[in-house]
Structures are given as structure tokens and as C-alpha cells.
Ligand binder design. Structure first.
Ligand code: 9WO
Length: 255
């Protein structure tokens, strides 16, 4: 279970939203997890406390200087329990729900956020144990990726979600997209809520939600059905609500 997250960032304020709002804000406020930000600028020397410099070999932009960042990471490692040092980069292992569950089971996460054109490679080699990516695009810094990863792992911690089973029902929790959700009013701009959700028949509602999740997955992310073919329960639910539509076969789940 996660007890502590350390984030190395030149922009600690970037994480104020995660710290102050929503499920993550409440989990941190309740002391379930300690989140500590460390700024490499606090470890830079000289009048200007510079944390970046021009790239050797020329080229646009600046590179994060090795010494302040290394001193910062070493200070993080000197405090608390040992943990792998992770860095958010487009080169990293792409984070999916399996990776989130793996990270969420750790006691401590250490996340390094790069800025400028990147981090001096010698720091990556000397101090970074693993790299994580949230997808194949380049951001202006590692902080947005760190926030995504932290949100995903914090919500999996015991007691953070209202209903303990919500995490298990989460979309992607078992290679399925989410079902549609509705709330009041019953009729909104002429569109009504599916009658099954008003029936009070909770078993049937659960089967309808299961069928809807499978149909959505088949339509938008068929690759997930290859990851985990349809269960008998899912196939029966699809047939009950006439959503199979010939799209679902006995084998992999799709024709
Ligand atoms: C920038 C870049 C550009 C082209 C190809 C690879 C690249 N890697 C980086 C990079 O690691 N940049 C550092 C962190 C510093 C500049 C902003 N950073 C960043 C991290 N951009 N995008 C990410 C990122 C992190 C995790 N998942 C997706 C993107």
C-alpha cells in the first residue's frame, strides 16, 4: 500500500490541484499518503541558482544541469524508505492499468519531472531506475504525466473511493470500458434515461451495465476484448439486451 510519494519538480505549484482537490486532495488531507515536492533549484549553488544550461553540441533550448538535480534526488533518497527513482519521459514504459496497479502496490514512489529539452543523460544513468510514459506525445514538462500517474495510483488505495468495490468496477480495471451513466432529470432536452435504470431491479441493472460496457468496448476498443475474451456472464448479458447483434462470436468475442 502506498504511504509516500516524492516528486522532484521545478514547478511544485503545478501539483497544487492534485494536492488540494478531489479524491487525491482528500486522501492527502486525511494523511493516507504523504506527498512531498522537492525543487532542484533549492539544491543549486551560485547567485542565480541556475538549474539549466545550454546543450553541448548546440541546438535549441536548455538542458537541466546534472549537479542540482542529482543533489536533489540524493536528498530524496536520503529521507524515508528506499524506492526506485522513476522519471516521466516519452521514452518510458507506457502506463496502463496493469502498471498502475503495480505502482499502487508499492510503499513509496519517487517521480522525477524533466523540463526544458530534457535532463542531462548522466543523471538518468546514475540515478534513474525506471522511466514512465503516459503516451506517445511530448509535453512541456513531466509534471502533467506525474499528476496523471499519481491520480491513478492514489484512487486505488484502500478507503480512497467511496464504495470499496468502485476500483474493481473501474473501466480498464479488467480490460473493459465503462458503461454509460445517468442522473436527474429523467428527461433532459427530450432524451430519457434508459427504463432499466428506473426499474429498481438491481440484478437486471447490473446485467444491463455489464452488457453496455462490453458493447462499448467491442465498438471502441476491440483490442481489449482480445486481452480478455468475453465471459459467459458477459455473453448472456449481451444477448439479454440484444446487444450481441452478430458482432460477438463464441471465440475471441468478436466477428
Ligand atoms: C522530450 C522529447 C522530444 C522528442 C522525443 C523524445 C523526448 N523526450 C523528451 C523529454 O523527456 N523531455 C523532458 C520531460 C523535458 C521536457 C519535457 N518533458 C516531457 C515529458 N515531455 N513529455 C514528457 C512525457 C512524460 C511522460 N509521458 C509522456 C510525455
Amino acid at each position: 500500500m502506498l504511504r509516500r510519494i516524492d516528486v522532484v519538480t521545478l514547478f511544485p505549484d503545478w501539483l497544487e490541484g492534485l494536492k488540494a482537490l478531489g479524491l487525491t486532495g482528500r486522501a492527502l488531507a486525511e494523511g493516507r499518503i504523504l506527498l512531498k515536492c522537492w525543487n532542484p533549484r533549492d539544491f543549486a549553488q551560485g547567485v542565480h541558482r541556475s538549474v539549466d544550461d545550454r546543450p553541448y553540441g548546440g541546438g535549441p533550448g536548455m538542458v537541466m544541469r546534472p549537479e542540482p538535480l542529482a543533489r536533489c534526488v540524493e536528498a530524496v533518497l536520503a529521507e524515508g524508505e528506499p524506492a526506485p527513482v522513476g522519471c516521466l519521459t516519452p521514452q518510458g514504459r507506457v502506463v496502463d492499468q496493469t502498471a498502475v496497479q503495480e505502482l499502487a502496490s508499492r510503499e513509496r514512489l519517487i517521480l522525477v519531472c524533466g523540463r526544458y529539452e530534457g535532463i542531462d543523460e548522466r543523471v538518468m544513468e546514475a540515478l534513474v531506475d525506471e522511466e514512465w510514459s503516459i503516451g506517445d506525445y511530448v509535453l512541456s514538462g513531466g509534471e502533467p504525466a506525474a499528476a496523471v500517474l499519481m491520480d491513478a495510483v492514489i484512487r486505488l488505495q484502500p478507503g480512497v473511493l467511496g464504495h470499496q468495490d468502485s476500483a474493481a468496477q473501474d473501466s480498464f480495471a479488467d480490460a473493459r470500458l465503462d458503461c454509460p451513466h445517468y442522473t436527474r432529470p429523467e428527461t433532459w432536452r427530450g432524451q430519457v434515461v434508459p427504463e432499466v435504470l428506473l426499474s429498481g431491479d438491481h440484478a437486471r441493472i447490473q446485467r444491463w451495465r455489464l452488457a453496455q460496457a462490453v458493447a462499448r468496448t467491442a465498438h471502441r476498443r476491440a483490442d481489449l476484448l482480445q486481452e480478455r475474451p468475453l465471459s459467459r456472464q458477459e455473453r448472456q448479458a449481451m444477448e439479454e439486451f440484444d446487444l450481441a447483434g452478430g458482432a460477438i462470436d463464441q471465440e475471441s468475442g468478436l466477428k
